[in-house]
Structures are given as C-alpha cells and as structure tokens.
Design a protein around this ligand. Structure first.
Ligand SMILES: Cc1cc2nc3c(=O)[nH]c(=O)nc-3n(C[C@H](O)[C@H](O)[C@H](O)COP(=O)(O)O)c2cc1C
Length: 222
C-alpha cells in the first residue's frame, strides 16, 4: 500500500507549505501577472473544502490601477487605525530575542505594504455570502471556514507557480467603502481578506521561526 508519506511529491508539498511567507517588500510592482496564472491558482483554490455546496466563495480580482489606488487608500487608513492599538503587530513584544527580532521584521514589512499596496499588480478579495453579522458563533465558524481554506490554497498555488503574496485583513474595517468601489453587494456579501499578489523580486523563501509544536499540542487533555 502506498501512503502519502511514500510519494515523491511529499517534500515538494512540504516545501511549498513551509516557505509560503507573507511577502510584502519583495512584491515586484514592475512585472505583470498573467490573468491565466491567477485563474489557474483559483482553480486549485476551489478544491479546498467548504461547509456545504451553498457556501462557494467568490474572488474579486482587482488589477485596474484606479481601483487599486482606491483600495490602497482604505488599506492605509486601516493600517493607521490598527498600528497604534496595543494588540497590533507594531506593539507586540517578546522576551526571547528570536521572537522579538521576527516581530520587528513583520512590523517593518507591514508598514511598508501599507505605503505601497497600490503598486501591487493584483489584489484578490475572497468573499462569501451570507454575511456573518449576528449569526451564532458556530454558523460564523462554518462560513469563515468555507472561505479561508480557499484563500490559503490560493496563496500556496501562487507560490508553487513562482508568485508571491501577502495575506491581509485589516481593510475589513472599511469593508463597505471597498464594496462600493468594487460593486460588491455589502448587505449580502462578506469580504474575508485582501491578498496582494505579484512576482517576487527574489525567490529564496525559507521556513519562518515557529515555536516548538510540543508547546501547542495537547494529547487527550489540554
Ligand atoms: C488572520 C490574519 C490576518 C492578517 N492580516 C494582515 C494584515 O492585515 N496586514 C499584513 O500586512 N499582514 C497580515 N497578516 C500577516 C501576518 O502578519 C503574517 O502571518 C506574519 O507576518 C507572519 O508572516 P510569516 O508567516 O511569513 O512569518 C495576517 C495574517 C493572518 C493569519
């Protein structure tokens, strides 16, 4: 019997899973991303699980420079609200030097994206309907759970095809204004993220520092 672990693709899959970083400074604004490549990644993304066949996600792919500039304005406003919050990436601090240095890089990189997101050639907004507002938590979980796996699969598929991307969500603070720019029916449709996509200026992505799984794994009891 052949198990997944025996397949020669395992290391390739693990490599993609371990090196799909949130890329911001290295997104190349000068290289056009072919439409077919984005469609190819979306086709793969659609293979991720959904809670029911009534919960197909939608993807709004934004390449129009004027619309990207409008979205970038809302993104920068969202960053300016988020960054000073005590819980923001900019204000997180850690006792261990590895974690602290990693956080400083994330903050600098996030601030850079907030200034430059208009230049990123493709912004993908995964959406789902119905909206989660006022729903019981378990229903909200099923709705978010029907769009976020697709979104991550999209980023993995993009990485496997030589693209890079950055997962963002802070624009949801201004979701209704973004909906108006993109013709999204805000009363019905929930935006889940804004994924910035481009070719990377350099492609030598490595696994990030993560704490040991033993600290976060609970066998049979928390
Ligand atoms: C739920 C969620 C929301 C996020 N929102 C943003 C965001 O709005 N802007 C941003 O620059 N990065 C955002 N990120 C990216 C995180 O900051 C990112 O995971 C972190 O930089 C670690 O990156 P790494 O996996 O490459 O080490 C988000 C990530 C997640 C999982």
């Amino acid at each position: 019997m052949v198990t997944v672990g025996d397949l020669p693709t395992q290391s390739a899959v693990d490599h993609v899973l371990s090196t799909t970083r949130n890329v911001r400074k290295r997104l190349d604004p000068t290289r056009e991303v072919p439409r077919e490549l984005i469609e190819d990644c979306l086709r793969v993304a659609m293979q991720a699980p959904i809670g029911s066949n009534a919960l197909y996600p939608h993807f709004v792919v934004v390449t129009d420079p004027a619309k990207r500039t409008a979205l970038a304005g809302f993104y920068k406003r969202a960053w300016d609200v988020y960054a000073p919050l005590p819980t923001s990436a900019a204000n997180l601090h850690f006792d261990d030097p590895i974690h602290e240095a990693q956080q400083a890089r994330v903050t600098a990189s996030s601030a850079y994206l907030a200034e430059h997101i208009a230049d990123v050639p493709v912004l993908v907004i995964p959406c789902i309907s119905p909206r989660v507002d006022g729903m019981p938590m378990w229903v909200q979980a099923c709705i978010w759970g029907s769009v976020l796996p697709q979104s991550w699969s999209f980023m993995l598929a993009a990485r496997a095809r030589g693209l890079a991307s950055a997962w963002t969500q802070i624009h949801i603070q201004f979701e209704d204004e973004v909906a108006a720019v993109l013709g999204i029916d805000h009363a019905e449709v929930q935006q889940a993220a804004m994924i910035a996509v481009a070719y990377p200026r350099r492609d030598d992505f490595k696994p990030a520092y993560r704490e040991p799984i033993q600290k976060y794994t609970h066998w049979d009891n928390w």
